[in-house]
Design a protein around this ligand. Structure first.
Ligand SMILES: NC(=O)c1ccc[n+]([C@@H]2O[C@H](COP(=O)([O-])OP(=O)(O)OC[C@H]3O[C@@H](n4cnc5c(N)ncnc54)[C@H](O)[C@@H]3O)[C@@H](O)[C@H]2O)c1
Length: 332
């Protein structure tokens, strides 16, 4: 893997400029287009929210400058994605048996893309993945734009992101800036004069944010156990801890969706994927640190009669499929 600094040193930083005169010459004529043709591969929670944004806020029209493809025929999105110049990929990255991220769907969709495109991976992927695809497909400009939306407030999060990061590979900073200009603005943006992330840095940022939050949940549950042992009211303690702006109230709840511990579509698989990645790199101490959170969480779930699979669901599936859990289970 090429270290970020090495990539930087070879690549001049271009700020506050979306277009470069040479862009048309390298075959990426769409750099020059005010409104490029956009494609979305995988129109689920993430892709579907992006679709809504492009249609409602940017006035993109399906079939004219917006092309959608999803393998789920019931969704009715079977457009020819190759009509697009700029393609967002938001297919699932579930976990393999060993916990690592399964990139097979991502690999499969790359094979369906022809010509020279700007491709933005939005799926959560292990550090180095975007660099890998960039090298494997040098004909494209491959970028990474992590998605931070929450399922409960997806549309609000889409319109009001805290940060909008488009991480670049090789010499693709102009493409990153162009893509950034298509997305909702955020107080912190990259590339910008404030921040200039490589794709690998953006990939790590996404995992780090999720694992920090899962750690907060396990921490909160450990404090809850202490409070319960002493007959103390955890809710009072929670307010006391969370009032510190360095800590904050979020993810200190010990009963979310009616069970203790973390769950949801992403937390379990992302934790497992990062642990597997640390192990692959031989960074065993860090793998152990996060593995301990995983073991703690699985224990909590087990004592409620749940498995990580039971709670690794989209919110809407949870509400549909798990009414018993929503009403709350007692820890065994
Ligand atoms: N759900 C979230 O809140 C959230 C937040 C941030 C990041 N992410 C990440 O974004 C990615 C997608 O998550 P999601 O929640 O949108 O998943 P999702 O399951 O809601 O949607 C994925 C869609 O991709 C489709 N698909 C599968 N294989 C395909 C293929 N080969 N070609 C085209 N379409 C295909 C599926 O039919 C589905 O409609 C994952 O990597 C996830 O970790 C999700």
């Amino acid at each position: 893997m090429v270290p970020a600094d090495a990539v930087r040193s070879k690549t001049p930083i271009i700020r506050n400029r979306f277009l470069k005169p040479s862009a048309a010459a390298d075959g990426f004529k769409h750099y020059m287009d005010k409104k490029p043709k956009i494609g979305i591969l995988g129109v689920g929670m993430v892709g579907g929210t992006l679709k809504r944004y492009l249609e409602e806020k940017k006035k993109f029209k399906r079939g004219r400058n917006l092309f959608l493809y999803d393998t789920d025929r019931k969704k009715g999105y079977q457009d020819n994605i190759n009509f697009a110049d700029v393609i967002f990929i938001s297919v699932p990255t579930p976990q393999n048996r060993d916990g690592s991220a399964d990139l097979s769907m991502l690999k499969a969709v790359f094979e369906t893309i022809n010509g020279k495109k700007i491709i933005i991976i939005k799926s959560t992927v292990p550090p180095g993945t975007t660099e890998f695809f960039s090298k494997k497909h040098p004909e494209h400009k491959v970028l990474f734009n992590p998605e931070f939306l929450t399922e409960a407030n997806a549309w609000h999060n889409m319109l009001n992101p805290e940060r909008q990061l488009v991480g670049w590979t090789r010499n693709n900073q102009e493409a990153a800036q162009r893509v950034l200009s298509l997305l909702p603005q955020a107080p912190l943006a990259s590339p910008s004069s404030e921040l200039n992330l490589t794709a690998t840095e953006a990939e790590i940022t996404k995992y780090a944010a999720n694992l920090f939050l899962t750690r907060k949940v396990t921490f909160a549950n450990a404090i809850f156990d202490l409070a319960s042992h002493h007959g103390a009211n955890y809710e009072n303690i929670k307010l006391g801890i969370g009032s510190d702006p360095r800590i904050g109230q979020s993810h200190l709840d010990v009963n979310y969706h009616g069970y203790r511990g973390y769950g949801g579509y992403c937390f379990t698989k992302d934790t497992n994927a990062l642990i597997a990645h640390y192990k692959k790199l031989g960074l065993q101490h860090s793998a152990d640190l996060f593995n301990q959170d995983r073991i703690f969480n699985e224990g909590l779930l087990r004592r409620q009669g749940l498995t990580p699979n039971d709670v690794s669901l989209h919110d809407k599936e949870w509400i549909k499929d798990k009414p018993a859990c929503r009403t709350g289970r007692k820890l065994k």
